[in-house]
Design a protein around this ligand. Structure first.
Ligand SMILES: Cc1cc2nc3c(=O)[nH]c(=O)nc-3n(C[C@H](O)[C@H](O)[C@H](O)COP(=O)(O)OP(=O)(O)OC[C@H]3O[C@@H](n4cnc5c(N)ncnc54)[C@H](O)[C@@H]3O)c2cc1C
Length: 335
């Protein structure tokens, strides 16, 4: 059988980016702006990775990231641009039981709107997994699960770090011991998300969300009050401990457990339907100390960088900052 490295590549790019989440899309825009031909490949059907939305009948849910906060000045300017473009708005800056704080912004109509906006001018292949990598001369070759291949001068991987480690290992790409140790220290918590359709209004107080420090629920939000859904629709996020303990259990039973635990917030409304999604890598609990990681240092590999929320901070903003940092690093490598 011919190896995928021996046939003519199907696609050519300067930079192949694995992942159309915030890190991948943010890096892609900077790299394209710098004049490089970029191809982004994502195994998901939608854009945005952990910025995920779902519809159940007429109900609409944000079931991944719920909001973003902004501290960095360039990131604040991006949020202002997204608000101007109509794909984001301020949701709230404080809610009952929490001290008054900084603004929380949401995507409009859903969180994925920001990812769609970021992808506007990009070349993105969706529903396509990069299943293997190989070095070909001083280039990267990516094998896609549809049998096609991509040849690129540089590679940026933005998948959750355990998935990145697996792909590098199965592709027999050597990682320096110190960097490997740093990558193996990175940890994530799981999150079981339940999307619940109701026949009436919830008892969740304005602005339509509550966060909890203990118990099985970490977060509950009312997508109708939030402006995401036109009918009553609630997202419940299991806590890290609850989600880890029940991750492999029967999803319908676990979903029902979380719905029961949320009873006081659902008020008089009856559940008409619900779905459950498990995020194995929801938010990093241990992050690396650098904003991105260059794996192709003094080892003869073509330029290879890693980015994502496990590097520049465990949230929406961190993922974007990491994507920008990786783009800067790759631009320097390619110069
Ligand atoms: C339930 C939940 C709630 C959250 N709440 C908040 C919140 O309220 N506020 C906040 O700031 N952050 C929140 N976060 C975190 C936030 O969503 C993430 O920090 C951010 O979206 C991470 O972006 P990323 O680009 O690093 O990774 P991802 O979004 O995970 O993107 C990586 C992409 O790589 C793709 N991929 C992986 N392997 C391959 C492969 N082999 N081939 C092709 N594609 C591949 C994946 O499909 C994915 O799209 C939440 C996350 C979850 C899951």
């Amino acid at each position: 059988m011919t190896s995928f490295t021996e046939s003519e590549p199907t696609h050519r790019a300067d930079i192949l980016i694995i992942g159309a989440g915030l890190a991948g899309l943010s890096a892609a825009n900077d790299l394209q702006q710098a004049g490089y031909k970029v191809l982004v490949v994502d195994k998901g059907r939608g854009l945005g990775g952990r910025l995920a939305g779902r519809r159940i009948g007429d109900a609409t849910f944000d079931h991944g990231a719920q909001f973003m906060t902004a501290r960095d000045s360039r990131f604040k300017a991006s949020v202002a641009e997204w608000i101007e473009a109509g794909v984001a708005e301020e949701w709230y800056s404080s809610y009952p039981g929490q001290p008054n704080g900084h603004p929380r912004y949401r995507g409009v109509p859903t969180m994925t709107a920001v990812a769609k906006y970021l992808a506007t001018d990009l070349d993105v292949m969706r529903a396509t997994r990069v299943s293997k990598l190989a070095q070909q001369d001083q280039h990267w070759l990516g094998l896609l699960d549809n049998g096609e291949t991509v040849r690129a001068t540089a590679l940026l991987m933005t998948s959750p770090v355990p998935q990145t480690i697996d792909l590098l290992a199965s592709s027999e790409i050597q990682v320096a011991a110190d960097k490997r140790a740093r990558l193996e220290r990175i940890a994530y918590e799981a999150c079981i998300a339940v999307m619940v359709v109701l026949d009436g209004a919830t008892a969740i107080p304005a602005p339509g969300a509550s966060a909890f420090d203990d118990g099985p629920i970490a977060w509950i939000s009312d997508n109708l009050q939030k402006g995401v859904s036109t009918i009553p629709a609630v997202t419940i996020h299991g806590s890290g401990a609850f989600s880890a303990e029940h991750f492999d259990a029967d999803r319908k039973l676990v979903g029902q457990q979380l719905i029961d635990a949320a009873a006081a917030y659902l008020g008089e409304a009856k559940v008409t339907e619900f779905q459950v999604h498990g995020w194995r890598y929801s938010k990093p609990t241990v992050v690396d100390s650098e904003a991105c990681m260059l794996l192709s240092e003094a080892n003869g590999l073509p330029p290879l960088a890693l980015a994502g929320d496990a590097f520049a901070g465990p949230r929406f903003e961190g993922a974007v900052l990491s994507g920008w940092a990786a783009a800067k690093r790759l631009i320097a490598e390619l110069a």
